[in-house]
Design a protein around this ligand. Structure first.
Ligand SMILES: C[S@@+](CC[C@H](N)C(=O)[O-])C[C@H]1O[C@@H](n2cnc3c(N)ncnc32)[C@H](O)[C@@H]1O
Length: 114
């Protein structure tokens, strides 16, 4: 069967992400020195603040679906307060695995989100 334009674009995007390393991504983007959850003036603190505001003032409901979660879940932390169920998604198995490690608390995750 012939691929549609959308299927082909998704396949191209998946190819771009091959070799994606969740541990390196988390280290670079969400750990000091580049990121610091302890500092109020850091980018991650700003993002958490904006997400908290959006979730507490603007939206809420039964189901929150985060598309392209990557190996992170900070983006839904405030959402957990106002949605009954949260689904994290990613087309990379390595990212889904990273999140499963944290959920299962098996000591294999690269970042502790608690
Ligand atoms: C920038 S990364 C993760 C972002 C992460 N939530 C953060 O804030 O750092 C974007 C993720 O989206 C995923 N992704 C891209 N296109 C997607 C699609 N069409 N369906 C599902 N996941 C997708 C990639 O695998 C990648 O892990």
């Amino acid at each position: 069967m012939e691929e549609t334009g959308t299927e082909s674009e998704v396949a191209d995007m998946a190819a771009c992400y091959q070799g994606f390393d969740p541990a390196a991504y988390l280290q670079y983007n969400y750990m000091p020195p580049r990121a610091n959850f302890e500092r109020k003036d850091s980018t991650v603190s700003w993002k958490l603040g904006r997400l908290h505001r959006a979730f507490t003032e603007d939206v809420g409901g039964e189901l929150l679906v985060d598309v392209g979660s990557g190996p992170t879940l900070y983006q839904v932390l405030s959402g957990c307060e106002v949605f009954n169920k949260v689904i994290l998604t990613d087309f990379l198995e390595v990212n889904r695995q990273e999140l499963k490690h944290w959920l299962q608390d098996d000591g294999e995750c690269n970042m502790d989100w608690t």
